[in-house]
Design a protein around this ligand. Structure first.
Ligand SMILES: Cc1cc2nc3c(=O)[nH]c(=O)nc-3n(C[C@H](O)[C@H](O)[C@H](O)COP(=O)(O)OP(=O)(O)OC[C@H]3O[C@@H](n4cnc5c(N)ncnc54)[C@H](O)[C@@H]3O)c2cc1C
Length: 344
């Protein structure tokens, strides 16, 4: 156990705060033991993967528990491969491993930072594919009852950047994830930057490589510039709101949803507020991708980034009457902070 540890290297925003303790669990027993120790001392615990979906607003007075439970177990039948993967495997390394083994299905989700355990929480998604399409189950430990529970896909309540796990992170630790990848592979090329590719001749590895090129062009590398990917979710609105906006902005991009609602592009809304590249002290909006907030020289504080986010939230609300919701989780002294406290 390390005491008073700087967390700068444990969050991709590179916010320089510290936690009272940092511990690493390599198996389920250790994870439960660390959690119970902290619980008995009445100190908060934050389970962390790669810190690529969080913003530390201040020092954390509790224990950061790094989930590093590893293992990739593959079985197969005529129809599909089934993968049982430890929460402490790195997501992109898993994708690379499957591609190298000629197991397709994860290629569109390549290069997403973070660990497998966090993937179901916000139902990671990119380039037309979401985890929910391939996830068969999620194994968790109910920390208070010391019981292992398996949530099958239908019970996970997966939605756009959402799942049942988002609101019960204090109760459950995700320890493994089950994926099912069909042997009958069809490339998913519906995303506008992929539509020009030939669906009849393309291979999974080519999609994987193409995703790499697109992501490198559009997204800042957290090793060089602090960021947590998209800061806000794309807002999903009723058709009457979308119709009203189309009258004013006929070129507004939109994506029809299965439930009849319309998903708008948060990046486009931010750009229309003339905010691309906007700087607020050391915090800034990425010049190429308005949805990504950056810690330019890795010296911004979490509150500076949050102040910039609040500014964007207010600008978009004033111009479009649309209230953006953060995708990134806000972490304070004692743990997660309800975004409604900040964005109102
Ligand atoms: C450059 C960049 C690009 C990105 N692109 C995408 C993208 O295309 N699509 C996308 O969906 N996301 C994207 N993200 C966001 C992020 O990578 C994902 O949300 C990822 O799944 C987070 O994983 P993590 O291990 O870093 O989670 P963390 O940030 O460590 O944790 C996120 C939350 O989950 C909790 N948690 C983590 N692990 C566990 C566990 N085992 N059990 C219980 N709770 C846990 C934490 O307490 C925290 O509240 C991007 C981020 C960056 C920096």
């Amino acid at each position: 156990m390390k005491h008073y540890v700087h967390l700068k290297s444990l969050n991709t925003f590179s916010i320089d705060v510290f936690a009272k303790h940092v511990v690493t669990a390599h198996n389920e027993c250790a994870l439960l033991r660390f959690w119970k120790k902290a619980y008995n001392k009445r100190t908060p615990v934050l389970i962390l993967g790669g810190g690529s979906n969080i913003l530390f607003l201040e020092n954390y007075i509790g224990t950061i528990l790094l989930n590093r439970i590893k293992g990739i177990f593959i079985t197969e039948n005529k129809m599909a491969w089934r993968l049982h993967v430890g929460a402490g495997e790195k997501w992109h390394e898993l994708v690379t491993y499957t591609i190298n083994k000629n197991i397709p299905g994860l290629e569109n989700l390549a290069y997403i930072p973070g660990y497998v355990g966090a993937a179901p929480i916000q139902n990671i998604g990119a380039y037309g594919v979401e985890l929910s399409q391939i996830c068969e189950y999620v194994d968790v430990i109910d920390l208070y009852n010391e019981k292992k529970i398996r949530f099958f896909r239908a019970e996970c309540n997966f939605q756009y950047r959402d799942s049942i796990f988002k609101n019960c992170l204090k109760k459950y630790a995700i320890v493994s994830v089950g994926l099912k990848l069909n042997k009958k592979w069809k490339p998913v090329l519906s995303y506008h930057e992929l539509t020009h590719l030939n669906k009849d001749s393309i291979t999974p590895r080519q999609v994987f490589n193409f995703i790499n090129i697109i992501r490198q062009k559009k997204l800042p590398d957290p090793i060089l510039v602090g960021n947590a990917g998209s800061f806000f979710k794309n807002p999903i609105v009723d058709t009457n709101i979308a119709r009203y906006l189309f009258q004013i902005y006929p070129n507004m991009p939109y994506y029809s949803q299965k439930n009849g609602k319309i998903k708008l592009s948060a990046g486009w809304l931010i750009e229309r507020c003339q905010l691309k590249g906007y700087m607020f002290g050391e915090a800034a909006i990425h010049p190429k991708q308005s949805l990504v907030l950056i810690n330019r020289r890795k010296i911004a504080t979490g509150t500076e980034i949050a102040a910039l986010a609040l500014f964007i939230y207010n600008q978009v609300a004033d111009k479009f009457n649309i209230y953006l919701q953060p995708e990134v989780r806000l972490i304070g002294n004692y743990g997660e902070i309800n975004p409604k406290k900040l964005f109102t």
